[in-house]
Write a new protein. Structure first.
Length: 500
């Protein structure tokens, strides 16, 4: 069986709490521009508190609430699930309460113009209070006040919860409707709940306020079916307790789209594609699978392979799989197929080693031929395949020959100038060859070789230079005919072609 489209997508780069203004702008832009069937699956920590709304005489506020845990690093971090209100300085007007997201961020919309302070209306382990600094809300604009920092009630237990490999526990995928959080609580030795449970933020940071200073206090972190705990005995104002969950995310190695057992990149509209994923779990957990093809459909099977029906419209279709370890961690894989005619495009530019365009170079792709234009550019379309041999040549330059498994669009190909040597066929001729840089020499210049060519041997020279150069680059080239690769024997440091 042949595989192609080895597209690996475990997660997208994780968005941080500092990306919120940019994310809000992207959301507003996407609402205007719209999007097609190829929608991206959100990554862990992809949640957003909402989109700003305006009305005449009003503005919007994008802010953050941080928990201050004292002088122990980190001194402050995002506080999720806190109720926030804005208080207008001029008359004490309080806006409608909003709740912070997993990063401690919030958006307050339809805020009348004026000067405001940020108030923490409610949060577990904190008393209601307002910040001392103020900011201005302007009509029709978004205000970005400084982080509002609040201190929990004493005594305080705080820390960070992570997976066994040190990565964050948090995961959210809107398309699949999956969300994974960490919740932390404090129990007395007899099991009585005295603080929490509270949700850790996107980085796994948590704070438990108003914790009794008692011996044998148990701090427990829970995420889905996995938990971790520690017992503390401290009466310090702030005690740090970091916890590690004995679990790691599954790994998606590759995902392939096939028809008739052969990997495909182009399919007909409305056709059925077999999709297979290779995944593993570092902890040896049994894996479970969910499939999704926005705009199309996939058979709902808990298996590493399924059949998906493509939509009737032309375009690019993504097929996603969410892999679960069954105890609370996930990975996402994606493969893309083009719906339409099964063709592959090769395009690019041919240049010299100095970057100048090479016009008139012959470009041969699986038997189809074209030439580079005055600017060195070229484009070829051929039927889709699983192996493409691209050859570029021009008199006065060394030949390029490359093998690809997928189409190549917009690539640059550099031709190296060839050296010309005049040989007198009546006498011995000594030619000095400089072996180019290679991996075997660690990127350093290779040594010089002397090639002695006697009368009647000149027809071997070009093939011999080709063999020496190919060997120096660590490549294996197949040739035809018993005499197409003459041997070389070294005599006193010089290379000589044996006489026929």
């Amino acid at each position: 069986m042949m595989y192609c489209n080895r597209v690996r997508e475990t997660t997208e780069p994780r968005r941080t709490r500092h990306d919120l203004p940019l994310r809000a702008a992207v959301i507003l832009a996407s609402c205007v521009l719209g999007c097609g069937p190829d929608r991206a699956v959100d990554s862990p920590d992809a949640g957003s508190p909402g989109v700003a709304e305006f009305a005449p005489g009003q503005g919007s506020v994008h802010g953050y609430i941080d928990a201050n845990v004292g002088t122990v690093a980190p001194a402050a971090f995002g506080l999720p699930d806190a109720a926030v209100q804005l208080r207008r300085v001029s008359d004490g007007l309080l806006t409608t309460s909003v709740t912070t997201d997993v990063h401690g961020g919030f958006i307050a919309s339809k805020v009348p113009a004026g000067t405001y302070t940020i108030c923490l209306a409610a949060a577990a382990g904190f008393s209601p209070s307002c910040s001392q600094s103020s900011f201005v809300v302007t009509t029709g604009k978004i205000a970005y006040p400084a982080h509002a920092v609040f201190s929990p009630l004493r005594f305080v237990v705080f820390g960070r919860v992570r997976l066994a490999d040190g990565s964050d526990v948090r995961y959210e995928n809107d398309e699949f409707g999956t969300e994974v959080n960490v919740r932390v609580r404090a129990l007395l030795p007899d099991g009585t709940l005295v603080a929490g449970p509270v949700r850790a933020n996107g980085r796994g940071e948590y704070v438990l306020g108003q914790v009794p200073a008692k011996a044998g206090l148990r701090i427990i972190a829970q995420s889905e079916a996995v938990s971790a705990q520690a017992t503390i005995s401290s009466d310090a104002a702030a005690t740090r307790v970091d916890l590690v969950l004995a679990n790691r995310r599954p790994v998606v190695t590759e995902i392939n789209a096939l028809q008739g057992g052969v990997g495909v990149r182009h399919v007909a509209a409305g056709s059925t594609v077999r999709v297979e994923v290779r995944a593993s779990d570092p902890d040896g957990q049994a894996l479970h699978y969910r499939w999704l093809a926005p705009g199309g459909s996939c058979a709902a099977v808990d298996a590493p392979a399924t059949d998906c029906t493509m939509p009737g419209a032309l375009g690019t279709q993504s097929i996603y799989v969410q892999v679960s370890d069954g105890v609370g961690q996930y990975a996402v894989g994606r493969v893309r197929v083009a719906i339409g005619e099964a063709i592959s495009l090769f395009s690019g530019k041919v240049v010299t080693d100095g970057g100048a365009a090479v016009p008139g170079a012959e470009i041969r792709l699986n038997g189809k031929i074209t030439s580079s234009d005055a600017r060195g550019g070229f484009a070829l379309q051929i039927s889709e395949g699983n192996r493409y041999v691209l050859t570029i040549k021009k008199d006065g330059f060394q030949l390029i020959s490359k093998v690809f498994q997928t189409e190549q669009v917009g690539a640059t190909y550099q031709l190296l100038r060839a050296s010309t040597v005049v040989i007198d066929p009546t006498v011995d001729n000594t030619i000095v060859l400089r072996v180019p840089k290679s991996r075997s020499t660690g990127g350093q210049d290779g040594r010089s070789l002397q090639l002695v060519v006697g009368p009647g041997e000149e027809h071997h020279v070009q093939r011999l230079v080709h063999v020496i150069t190919s060997s120096s680059e660590g490549r294996r080239r197949r040739t035809r005919g018993p005499s197409s690769r003459p041997s070389v024997r070294v005599v006193s440091g010089a290379a000589r072609v044996p006489r026929a």
